[in-house]
Design a protein. Structure first.
Lengths: 211, 211
DNA sequence: TCAAACTTGTTTATTTTATGACAAGCGATG
DNA sequence: CATCGCTTGTCATAAAATAAACAAGTTTGA
């Protein structure tokens, strides 16, 4: 119902888009359409917020009719830019690093983990799901040869910023940081800090204040 | 400088409190005081936001003087309710579950993981850092005997809601959910959904739109 | 002692996000 | 065909979060 298709998408709407996409992709195949209130109820938000979110994408859906699940999925993949393959590497093959490398759930978004790097010589040479663990010194060449654009940091916190610098020096454009240290990067690099302690501390606060 | 000490704390301020606390606890011992601009610069926010956040806690700090690191830490621990031990269990000993169980980083907040549960008989009986992996059937009794208040869900997404229900049925008051399914719980239970895909999808969006 | 360069506390304004209200459209039922 | 109950699109308003501005205090050094 609108023309330009270019409306500003609020920051928080993007986060919800990710949740919507996840939810829709987990849905059984037999579900071909869904209403805003059904979906919002399960996700735990208000239907009007969901419709407002979709409104920023321009008019799809028609009044009186539910949303088509497959169309929603493809539209959201488009917006979130996960229609084509994006290659990743991971640095730090500790417990969390290994767990993420073993997790195959990102592949359905076209996110492909190509290599794991560590400084521990006892880990170098091993494989995780056919993904080789390599020495950190070989990272630069690997990034260029394999057109890697996303780096995942799973090092101890005191190596996080150094690792981040190393990644950006070698041309990485997106960093997903799981260490407990907030890392900073140049303006042309996107950083997503995912400090797990924040989640549990927030839970602790809410446990003692909301109830 | 204020009296009642009771001001509303915005939701997002709480999340930043968690980041502040993390940052301060990672600091070397020799750093005994810090200014809002130093701290904000490293964390990647504006100094005025940091001061505004602390303002909600009532007046501490004095004009002209930097913040005392130890005082900040203890005040933040107080607000986030991590001054005393809180006991946790974890359900689902897959890769991510094992990684979290191996991660000792939460203990410094008094968060103590007491048991891991799984349905896989090949895992039951093993230990992770002295934490026993037990059969899911024994969970209810374990919760009551050990005064567990936090449950961590690391199951596949199609078992997440069932696990959540099981936990709440046995009196768990806080749930930290790492599955890709958003789980819902009764009003007297706090849920923190930590779907990892949201982070990477947000990163993908920003990579393709902010740059 | 005085001034300059810092610091934080607090209020006010701006921006961003969430909610509410309602028109408009579809589909089934009688 | 008319109506009732459902649906989404859209705009206006309310609420929340962020940023700016500045007063007021401390420290340092000339």
């Amino acid at each position: 119902m609108n023309d330009g298709d270019f409306r500003h998408i609020p920051q928080f709407t993007v986060l919800r888009f990710a949740r919507y996409l996840n939810f829709l992709m987990n849905l059984p195949d037999v579900v071909s359409e869904i209403s805003s209130s059904e979906m919002a109820g399960i996700i735990g938000i208000k239907p009007t917020q969901l419709r407002q979110d979709f409104f920023t994408l321009g008019g799809f859906g028609r009044q009186g009719k539910k949303y088509n699940v497959q169309f929603l999925i493809s539209r959201l993949r488009e917006v979130l830019a996960v229609t084509e393959e994006q290659r990743m590497i991971l640095i730090g093959a500790g417990h969390l690093g290994q767990a993420l490398a073993n997790y195959a759930g990102f592949e359905r978004f076209g996110l492909s983990l190509r290599g794991v790097f560590d400084v521990n010589p006892r880990l170098v040479g091993l494989k995780i799901r056919d993904i080789p663990i390599m020495d950190l010194d070989s990272m630069g060449a690997f990034i260029q040869r394999n057109e890697i654009i996303i780096g995942i940091i799973c090092t101890p916190h005191d190596y996080a910023q150094t690792t981040c610098d190393l990644l950006t020096d070698h041309g990485i454009k997106a960093i997903w940081n799981f260490s407990s240290e907030h890392v900073l990067a140049p303006d042309d690099v996107v950083v997503q800090n995912e400090n797990l302690s924040v989640g549990i501390l927030n839970l602790s606060y809410r446990l003692n204040n909301e109830l």
